[in-house]
Design a protein around this ligand. Structure first.
Ligand SMILES: C[C@H](O)[C@H](C)C(=O)SCCNC(=O)CCNC(=O)[C@H](O)C(C)(C)COP(=O)([O-])OP(=O)([O-])OC[C@H]1O[C@@H](n2cnc3c(N)ncnc32)[C@H](O)[C@@H]1OP(=O)([O-])[O-]
Length: 673
């Protein structure tokens, strides 16, 4: 239904009435048609306002009518008649203007909105197109690129963004209908020639084809990724263990050893999954802090997710003896092999003989830890990503001796915790961090060659990462990698001359080590690749000190800075990461490209609409990836990882099959081993 009345003497006010969101049902459409006719026929009425009752403009087509026989006046001519009216029509938007609701507003001559309203064309999420003029009027109003983005993503925009895009004429904090009525009075009698959107011409674009091509690619990437997420659940290992033949064990009670940042997050995630948890921390002060932090993290999570958590589902202890009766333990102590060895030896004595022992190491050798226990077949890695109770990714790392049941149990527990669990083999850094290492190295090399953190980050952020590599490194802390490099004997800044930039015959950049020596650990110290207003500050600002430091560093090493463009940043950083991904597939560390793509999208911020690194390689074209890698390897022969991997070359030799056929090429290779 629609209510019609005359207000302020000469304004015809049409109010859509169809609770709860004033959807455009047959009777609403009929009401609009009748009211518009009345308003246009009434000589006293000089202008019209259309609004919705109860603070909602219109939620679009009435979904309850989908699949039924069409009745009542059709939308398209109804909206067209509004646009063709010879009296100004103003849409007063409160709450939402979605789908057909926005299309109705686009038929009006003016759009005024409350600041809290949301607008959008969400049809794509229902498998539809905005067919009541949305695909025609929106590009004419705001240009093809912005319209294409709204139509293909279905995202809702705030009134502020809609104003900026040019969808709205005015945004108000006050009573929207009152403002619209006043506005309608003020435009009475004005010419409507420039207000009918369907008469606008679309701004010509020279690269229209590539714009559409890009939108198609995004759609393909999203479709691929939908299936990739599901494929990772059907895991397999090179030894023949599989998701459909391996029986997971029930896990009711779990323990976490070590209540630092990771341990606390894991404790929360386990409790949220409905398990009872024994949380162990041997340092009294750290234990006390965790006892305060964990319940408040749980409370915040419960508020967000609308769930309730049994407060007594977690028991705290200062001794490892407390884990004697649990089904599964996740060790999350400091990343130090000697310490972890000790913990695993202890666990092996204290726990029931069939308890699964998991390590949350991010790179240490799972096989070595397994060798410290009486039942190495019950040891697997569960590599969480910080913050562990929020991040979706879990790498389940199987060792040489891990039993299929152990892998299946960890995979199932991950799923129960709401994670996307990906099974990967045991190697330094597993899949995600191993690839990341190459990406980081290239970013450092680019700085040596003349780039700035700002330039590298901008290229990566424009590609779609939420944060570039240097901003990310500042957030996660530069000291973490420094500690690992020191343990590996790499971070030696006493070396001078050419040997300062070479390790084990390969190019090495000590830039990260040097920054750490200056106490620049990133956000936590208020200085890193950028500067922050205080330790713990979040807003990265360009730092002249850093630029000076880079100049001096280059001068000291005789490096002549050159101009580096965004394309080189992307190719150097991303192709080397992709190349390592192919190496990982070749070695059987990951079973298929979907596993790597899921790891990168869920764990490392790879933009989902680019499908993941392996899908991206397929999109770019494997031949091109090989050709660029070869070129960069020629220019940097002391960076062996720029050499295209054997699998990548073999795929190209096999005619670059599409990504869903790569497993066949990998399988053929493995069966020849
Ligand atoms: C021609 C044109 O080209 C094409 C063909 C189209 O237009 S296709 C249609 C496009 N429109 C949409 O996709 C909008 C979908 N709706 C929403 O995004 C949201 O609902 C909302 C508007 C942002 C409000 O969110 P909310 O969080 O405040 O409340 P809610 O709990 O979600 O919803 C509150 C109640 O409203 C009901 N509802 C919402 N939208 C509806 C709709 N379009 N039709 C019928 N009922 C609807 C919903 O089922 C729920 O009912 P109940 O459960 O209480 O009985």
């Amino acid at each position: 239904m629609a209510q019609y009345r005359r207000v302020s003497g000469s304004v015809g006010l049409i109010t859509l009435q169809n609770p709860p969101v004033n959807a455009l049902s047959a009777s609403v459409r009929q009401g609009i048609v009748d009211s518009v006719k009345r308003a246009l026929g009434d000589q006293k009425v000089k202008s019209v306002v259309i609004c919705g009752q109860n603070g909602v403009f219109c939620g679009g087509a009435d979904i309850r009518e989908f699949g039924r026989q069409m009745s009542g006046p059709p939308l398209v001519p109804m909206i067209h008649d509004i646009e063709a009216a010879n009296k100004p029509v103003v849409a007063a938007i409160e709450g939402s203007a979605l789908g057909g609701g926005l299309e109705l507003a686009l038929g009006c001559h003016y759009r005024i909105s409350h600041s809290k309203a949301k607008l959008g064309l969400p049809e794509v999420t229902l498998g539809l197109l905005p067919a009541a003029g949305g695909t025609q009027r929106l590009p004419r109003l705001i240009g093809v690129p912005a319209a294409l983005n709204l139509i293909t993503t279905g995202r809702h925009v705030t009134a502020a963004e809609a104003l900026q895009l040019g969808i709205l004429d005015h945004v108000t904090e006050h009573n929207t209908v009152d403002v619209a009525v006043k506005f309608a009075l003020s435009v009475t009698g004005e010419s409507l020639d420039g207000r009918r959107i369907s008469s606008f011409s679309c701004a010509p674009l020279s690269d229209l084809d590539s714009l559409f091509e890009e939108a198609m690619l995004k759609a393909r990437a999203l479709q691929y990724f939908f299936f990739a997420q599901r494929a990772v659940g059907r895991w397999s290992t090179p030894s023949g263990a599989r998701w459909d033949t391996s029986q997971p064990r029930p896990v009711r009670k779990a323990a976490v050893i070590g209540l630092g940042t990771m341990g606390r997050g894991i404790t929360v995630a386990l409790a949220q999954a409905g398990l009872s948890v024994v949380a162990v921390e041997t340092h009294a002060k750290q234990l006390m802090e965790a006892k305060k932090a964990v319940p408040s993290m749980l409370k915040r999570g419960a508020v967000r997710g609308g769930t309730t958590i049994e407060p007594d589902s977690i028991t705290y202890s200062e001794t490892v003896q407390a884990v004697a009766d649990v089904d599964l333990v996740i060790e999350a102590v400091f990343e130090d092999m000697a310490l972890k060895e000790k913990v695993f030896q202890q666990l092996s004595i204290v726990c029931k003989p069939d308890t699964l022992l998991c390590t949350n190491t991010s790179s240490l050798d799972v096989d070595h830890l397994a060798s410290q226990t009486r039942h190495p077949e019950l040891v697997v890695g569960m590599h969480f990503f910080a913050p562990a109770h929020v991040m979706k990714l879990l790498e389940v790392v199987y060792g040489r001796r891990s039993s299929p049941a152990a892998v299946a149990t960890a995979m199932q527990l991950g799923k129960k915790m709401g994670k996307v669990s990906v099974a990967v083999g045991n190697c330094r850094g597993f899949a995600g961090n191993r690839m990341l290492k190459r990406y980081l190295e290239q970013a450092f090399f680019l700085l040596e060659e003349g780039a700035t953190p700002e330039l590298v980050d901008r290229a990566l952020e424009e590609f779609g990462f939420p944060m570039g590599v240097f901003r990310m490194s500042d957030l996660s802390g530069l000291d973490v990698g420094w500690r690992v490099r020191k343990a590996d004997g790499l971070a030696d800044t006493s070396l001078t001359g050419t040997s300062a930039r070479v390790r084990q015959g390969c190019r090495y950049s000590p830039l990260g080590d040097l920054l750490c020596e200056h106490g620049r650990f990133g956000q936590k110290t208020g200085r890193g690749w950028y500067q922050y207003d205080k330790p713990g500050g979040r807003v990265a600002k360009s730092d002249p000190w850093l630029h000076n430091f880079l100049d001096e560093y280059r001068a000291r090493h005789g490096l002549v800075p050159r101009c580096i463009d965004q394309q080189e940043v992307l190719e150097r950083c991303l192709f080397v990461l992709i190349n390592e991904g192919f190496q990982i597939l070749e070695e059987g560390i990951a079973a298929g490209p979907e596993d790597i793509d899921a790891i990168y999208v869920f764990g490392y911020g790879w933009p989902r609409h680019r499908g993941g690194p392996m899908f991206y390689a397929d999109m770019v074209g494997l031949e091109r990836v090989v050709e660029r890698l070869e070129r960069y390897h020629q220019a940097h022969p002391n960076v062996p990882y720029l050499q295209p991997s054997g699998l990548l070359r073999r795929l190209v030799a096999n005619g670059s099959p599409p990504i869903h056929k790569w497993r066949n090429v990998i399988k053929n290779r493995n069966s020849q081993l």
